[in-house]
Write a protein that binds this ligand. Structure first.
Ligand SMILES: [Zn+2]
Length: 346
């Protein structure tokens, strides 16, 4: 067991899809978390920037979200059903939970918009499209993972390929066929309604095959019942992008987030917190298999790693607060600067 746990990340590991790496982490191989950290860091840090006041505040939130998510994986916790299949969503959900909790205690490190949202009770967007969301929730974990990374979060094809395990040349075709399946799922939900009229059924069935056919199109625009279903079916990718992130995460600054994500690069090396968490989880696993059971020991050790990180980050915040304030608009600089600073404090 020790020899496999001591393996460093290999190129094969770096190419493994998210679900395989997450399974390995759950099985007691915490070092397999490294490629997951690098894949998802830019998105999670960008999401943190939408909540935080400064880059350093965002960096703290980001590292806490990664650490807690690593801890949950090691502990074998099941994610919420609607987030299953996507580590990115689990990380963002974790980050928002941490941010809301911290902001409710002290709003100092948060943007004014985020503070206002929390002060209002952190409300979720109203659920206006129940059937549309239902079609999403009925789809498989693999489908939701693919759609999140290709349609909703719009990752580069290479990154989406790494995350999903689908070969890059096949990503676009797989995305199109997946959207098509979801489109039929949405239509089936509408056609399955007890109160649907025959002319509505006929119009929607025709439009699913011929989206611009004049007579049913005219019906869809004139019929209140068909209009929403038609829009969901005809413009599924745009509807997904517009409604699902808010439904899944609550806090979703749709305009700000993609701009910030495009400006952030993955860190060139592992941050000290990650090495420490992995090392301590590995040690705890070795001890745990001989004594009290691996999961309890891992949770204790990784919890200590979080505490250690929090102390380091707080010290860092005191020293570097003024230096980092002006970096918010330049994520590429921020990432490496923050890691250098974190290493200095480690
Ligand atoms: Zn109708």
């Amino acid at each position: 067991m020790v020899s496999t746990l001591n393996q460093k990340s290999t190129s094969a590991t770096a190419r493994a899809p998210d679900d395989i790496l997450m399974s390995r982490v759950r099985a007691g191989h915490p070092a397999e978390f490294r490629p997951l950290y690098h894949r998802h860091y830019p998105a999670v840090f960008a999401y943190a920037l939408t909540c935080a006041r400064t880059s350093l505040d965002a960096y703290e939130l980001t590292l806490q979200a990664f650490t807690e998510t690593l801890q949950r994986l090691i502990g074998g916790e099941r994610p919420k059903d609607q987030l299953a299949g996507s580590l990115r969503l689990q990380l963002m959900d974790c980050l928002r939970t941490i941010a809301v909790r911290k902001c409710a205690r002290d709003g100092e490190g948060f943007s004014s918009r985020f503070r206002e949202w929390v002060a209002d009770g952190a409300p979720w967007p109203l659920q206006e499209r129940e059937q549309f969301t239902l079609a999403w929730e009925k789809s498989s974990r693999e489908t939701r993972c693919l759609l999140w990374h290709t349609v909703l979060d719009r990752d580069e094809p290479l990154l989406a390929s790494r995350i999903t395990g689908i070969a890059q040349p096949s990503i676009e075709d797989t995305r199109a066929s997946t959207l098509s399946s979801l489109r039929y799922g949405r239509m089936a939900l509408y056609l399955g309604r007890m109160d649907i009229l025959p002319e509505c059924r006929e119009a929607i069935q025709t439009l699913a095959v011929q989206p611009n056919y004049p007579a049913p199109l005219h019906h869809a625009y004139a019929c209140e019942s068909c209009y929403e279903a038609y829009q969901d079916i005809a413009h599924l990718d745009a509807r997904l992008e517009a409604h699902l992130p808010g439904h899944l995460l609550g806090w979703w600054p749709a305009l700000e987030y993609p701009v910030l994500k495009a400006s952030v690069t993955s860190p060139p090396s592992d941050p000290p917190f990650l090495e420490r968490a992995i090392q301590q989880a590995r040690t705890a696993y070795d001890h745990g298999t001989k004594a009290t059971g691996p999961l309890a020991a891992l949770r204790t050790r990784v919890g200590l790693a979080i505490a250690g990180f929090a102390l380091g980050a707080t010290l860092g915040a005191v020293v570097t607060h003024a230096l980092l304030d002006g970096h918010r608009g330049n994520g590429k600089a921020v990432t490496s600067d923050l890691i250098d600073l974190q290493q200095q404090h480690d």
